[in-house]
Ligand binder design. Sequence first.
Ligand code: PMP
Length: 355
Amino acid sequence: MPEEVLRQAAAEMLDWHGSGMGVMEMSHRGKEFGAIYAKAEADLRALLDVPANFRILFMQGGGLGENAIVPMNLSRGSVADFVVTGSWSVKSHKEAKRYCDARVVASNADDQHTRLPDPATWKLTPGAAYVHVCTNETINGIEFQTLPDLAALGCDAPLVIDFSSHVASRSVDWRRVGLAFGGAQKNLGPAGLTIVVVRDDLLGHALDICPSAFNYKTVADNQSMYNTPPTWGIYMAGLTFDWLLRQTEGAATGVAAMEQRNTAKAELLYGFIDGSDFYANRIDAACRSRMNVPFFLADESHNEAFLAGAREAGLLQLKGHKSVGGMRASIYNAMPLEGVQALVGYMREFERSQA
Ligand code: PMP
């Protein structure tokens, strides 16, 4: 979270804008929360440049919830295609199998999820209800640098993207997307809020078994207030949207500014890793994630010492996911360039100390 956002939330914790209430104490149907909600939605639309024919839904259930909610709403019980590129798309495919004929049409499992399968090789199913792609695989550190253009592949199915771990770090080409979902907890706010951006024509096709609170049409028709929405998450995300919109890098603002900053952060870290024999990143350079940078020490017997020294230097949460091992630096939007410089400085020092 950006520190400025946390400080503002702290200052408003007991009394939001002189209302005599904290946000957690408000009715979600009152005018105060109504104002918070309307601004958050409008700011997110502006921030991500969401076209008018897409609805923004503030839901609950997280990315894993959406793994079930998407097929319940979009699959019509028919075929859905999955491009498997890492741990999260593996999970999405597995969950969708409970609701439809979920098929893996491309996979990089044989490459240990280190490169993206070329869209030209995807075995897309004619008439599939949708095509699912995880555009940033958080655990594996692999990211689509451009969204696949399904129309150019002769496929008219909507593209569903799980953009949980890089939302608002780069722009989205909505012409190529039918639905995007993501948990807020990486780049947008606290855990508990799920963002769904869905094209109008995809509403209204839910399976009968779909819970009403997870039926996109019901949620859209009720401005995300069919059930009580995660009000605190929406408020915090709203402060973050406002913060993001105010960010600038040269002439760039908002997401474009974040994209520049994230590119500079990632180039610094990958550049250092590539220039060293002590550290290595195994992901194809064409699809390395700007958000999640997994890396390995050449001699893994130094792992514990590396992590202990990092903790002492105030560099936290660097241990890699257990399924991949090694280290992982997650350098989300709120991580400033100085944070990555500090990490690289520590890595250089650690390497020297082991020589
Ligand atoms: N998809 C991606 C890309 C993720 O990074 C995560 C969480 N790390 C999930 C899905 C699962 O999200 P949640 O824990 O909110 O269900």
